[in-house]
Write a new protein. Structure first.
Length: 159
């Protein structure tokens, strides 16, 4: 479930979005984080998915949707985490496999997204370029290159 609302402080208006999941297996349980604050107030503590669980869910969504995906943020997020976070690879594998199982997605379908048909799909490349432009991100990596990086990150974990 996704909840969106606006928060107001004086004349400032901020859009807030909260994603809430039900029924998913959470490997290792939820973790607690301090939510960043704009003012000098104590940070609220939130229970959230671990990054391993978030990556598992994003990867499963990519694999289950295949050529029907338009979720370019999932590709971006996984690679951002891969480059900026020290993963416990055993825990990540432990998160990926039950996520696929829970959602009735065959883990072997992941191999389809590494094939040229997927990597060179014109529509997916357009989605990728639009995502980068909309978010003012570097456009130096093609969609095919991003999929290759995803494979290099995920496959050693699953073997």
């Amino acid at each position: 479930m996704r909840v969106k609302f606006y928060a107001y402080l004086g004349h400032s208006r901020e859009r807030v979005q909260i994603d809430i999941g039900f029924g998913d297996r959470i490997t290792g349980g939820p973790i607690e984080i301090d939510f960043p604050t704009l003012l000098d107030f104590p940070a609220p503590r939130l229970k959230v998915y671990s990054i391993e669980n978030a990556v598992a869910e994003k990867f499963e969504a990519i694999v289950s949707l295949q050529l029907e995906t338009s979720r370019m943020k999932d590709f971006y997020d996984i690679l951002y985490f891969a480059e900026n976070y020290e993963f416990n690879k055993a825990l990540l594998k432990e998160a990926i496999l039950p996520t696929f199982d829970q959602r009735d997605t065959d883990i072997e379908k992941r191999k389809n997204i590494y094939e040229n048909k997927f990597k060179s799909d014109e529509q997916l490349q357009k989605f990728w370029t639009a995502f980068l432009n909309r978010n003012k991100l570097s456009t130096e990596n093609s969609f095919a290159n991003i999929v290759d990086k995803l494979k290099s990150f995920i496959e050693p974990i699953l073997l």
